[in-house]
Design a protein around this ligand. Structure first.
Ligand code: ADP
Ligand code: MG
Length: 559
């Protein structure tokens, strides 16, 4: 029996595939530029192994040009080009990657930069173009070829004229429809922005003819517009440079260029790891709370690059919530990307990187606390609350990581101290770490119970942030000393007063206490004699786990 061929409406199939893979149309430019960069890489590798070739970096570049009248966008490169067979195989077959083949044929060593691997990126251009023409001439060939497709019924290939080795891809940009606008892909400023966003660290210059406005010769205030060829990308990523070559200013500039924040970062962390998973990262601890930090709009995350190409703008899996204030980027060549290169295939590498990054941030904060106390306090005033939430959340899973980064106001020292400092200053025999929770330091100072504790020479930590007491409850103890609210029933302190209360006192006052309870109605559970008062006649104490302050907060929380 004769075998029948499946019939498919190729255009619809192509549309469906492309639009389901990519979330944004602008990605096509990233894909075409990545291909151009790969093509230049290939000629570079050829030159390394072939003595008859030389590679002069300055004559290799990518050029992007738009023609509004003709509605064309051209991406040209001086890369290796394609033979007729390669055109057929690589552009005529979806999911055929010449770059992947090149990688395995040439057994490229670690550290290579070739980006392509899936063999679909090229077709992303059909998201914005209704026809594509590729003119190419490969190295050592006398003939050049033209490949053309309008996406519908395949493609044609014919010989053509082309002087230089390389490839030129001309996109006929679609007309605007009611739903979608395509004009933007012919706008200079828009193209520049897309190049900057995704391809800023492509190693070869990406050039564009740019309109610049200049003062007219001999004139003070008259301007004229001229066209100049400009390189749009920064090329060398700062994170691949040697730390010793970089100044604080370089890091600050990068922070601002990337719009990580408007402030001056408090600290930068530059990481280069060459272990089980290889990656480079530049992280920043900002000085100020971003304006939207406590709003729903705030998204934590780091930029994620694969081989210098931006994959994700905010990769949230790279940061735990309690370090959500950290800004920066990670670049790794070891990521296994999914076909759209927008998300990851599997997250084993990412998990390793995230863990590594978490530990680096933690140890850097620890160092800051130890060596630059003032800076740490600035940081803590901005983001300390986030660390306390971190202790409290996930059922205290992170408390080990975070407890040594916490600071609280010491009533004795009149400043922020760490738990370690509190513990070190404890007099012999102090049974608990004492704290008082309330609205303000002034109010806490006036609490009747503070007196007895302070009289013993014990320090009291003042908690004025709502999360404080919750976080401390999660910690339970520090260096084997339990935390104790000074308004709890048993403070573990015997009053020094000689006239100690006795059973008889309790009996004698029984009637008075009953009377007081009646007058207070249901507002108190019990009235008792206290051993914790000095100059104050009365205080409110709590029994059990939830203190009065916590109760207030819990009541105020939306159900
Ligand atoms: P990938 O880049 O993942 O391999 P693409 O669909 O983007 O897949 O490209 C398919 C193949 O076409 C590439 O692997 C490469 O061999 C070839 N190709 C695409 N663009 C160019 C170019 N500008 N110069 C040379 N070869 C190219
Ligand atoms: Mg590609």
């Amino acid at each position: 029996m004769a075998k029948m061929q499946f019939k498919a409406e190729s255009k619809r199939l192509l549309d469906m595939m492309i639009n389901s893979i990519y979330s944004q149309k602008e990605i096509f430019l990233r894909e075409l530029i990545s291909n151009a960069s790969d093509a230049i890489d290939k000629i570079y590798y050829k030159a390394l192994t072939d003595d008859s070739l030389s590679f002069d970096q300055s004559s290799y570049y990518i050029k992007v040009s738009a023609d509004k009248e003709k509605r064309t966008l051209t991406i040209a490169d001086t890369g290796i080009g394609m033979t007729k067979e390669e055109l057929e195989n690589n552009l005529g077959t979806i999911a055929q990657s010449g770059s992947l083949a090149f990688k395995s044929e040439n057994e490229l060593k670690d550290g290579h930069d070739i980006i392509g691997q899936f063999g679909v990126g090229f077709y992303s251009a059909f998201m914005v173009a209704d026809a594509i023409t590729v003119t190419t001439k490969t190295i050592g060939a006398s003939e050049a070829y033209r490949w053309h497709s309008d996406g519908a019924d395949g493609y044609t290939i014919e010989p053509c004229e082309k002087e230089e080795v390389g490839t030129e891809i001309i996109l006929s940009i679609k007309q605007n429809t009611e739903e979608d606008s395509y004009d933007e892909f012919l706008e200079e400023y828009r193209l520049k922005a897309i190049i900057k966003k995704y391809s800023d660290f492509i190693r070869y210059p990406i050039k564009m003819d740019s309109t610049v406005s200049k003062k007219k010769d001999g004139s003070e205030d008259e301007f004229e517009e001229t066209v100049e060829e400009q390189t749009i990308n920064s090329m060398v990523p700062i994170w691949r440079k040697n730390k010793n070559e970089l100044t604080d200013e370089d890091y600050e500039n990068f922070y601002h260029e990337k719009h990580y924040g408007f402030d001056k970062p408090l600290k930068h962390i530059h990481i280069s790891v060459d272990g089980a998973v290889r990656y480079n990262a530049i992280l920043y601890i900002p000085e100020q709370i971003p304006y939207d930090y406590y709003s729903k709009e705030f998204e934590k995350g780091l930029e994620l690059y694969s081989n210098g190409v931006l994959i994700m703008e905010k990769c949230s899996d790279l940061l735990p919530d309690y370090f959500s204030f950290v800004k920066g980027m990670v670049d790794s060549e070891d990521l296994s990307l999914n076909i759209s290169r927008e998300i990851l295939q599997q997250d084993r590498q990412l998990k390793l990187i995230a863990k590594n990054i978490k530990n680096k941030i933690k140890s850097q904060l620890q160092t800051l606390l130890k060596d630059e106390r003032e800076k740490y306090e600035t940081f803590y005033n901005s983001f300390g609350r986030q660390l306390k939430y971190g202790v409290y959340s996930d059922f205290g899973a992170n408390k080990e990581d975070l407890q040594n980064l916490l600071m609280f106001y010491s009533s004795k020292e009149k400043k922020l101290i760490t738990l370690d400092e509190y513990a070190a200053a404890m007099p012999e025999g102090q049974p608990y770490i004492y704290y008082a929770a309330g609205e303000s330091h002034e109010r806490l100072e006036k609490l009747p119970q503070t007196e007895v504790v302070a009289d013993k020479g014990y320090d009291i930590l003042y908690f004025t942030d709502e999360v404080d007491e919750f976080a401390i409850r999660m910690l339970m103890s520090y260096k084997e000393k339990e935390f104790k609210s000074i308004s709890s029933g048993d403070l573990g302190i015997e009053s020094d007063d000689s006239d100690k209360t006795t059973e008889t006192d309790e009996q004698d006052s029984k009637e008075l206490f009953e009377e007081m309870k009646t007058i207070l109605g249901g507002k108190v559970k019990d009235v008792r004699i206290s051993k914790r008062l000095k100059s104050h006649p009365v205080c409110i104490a709590t029994e059990g786990e939830v203190t009065t302050e916590m109760e207030k907060i819990l009541k105020a929380m939306p159900n």
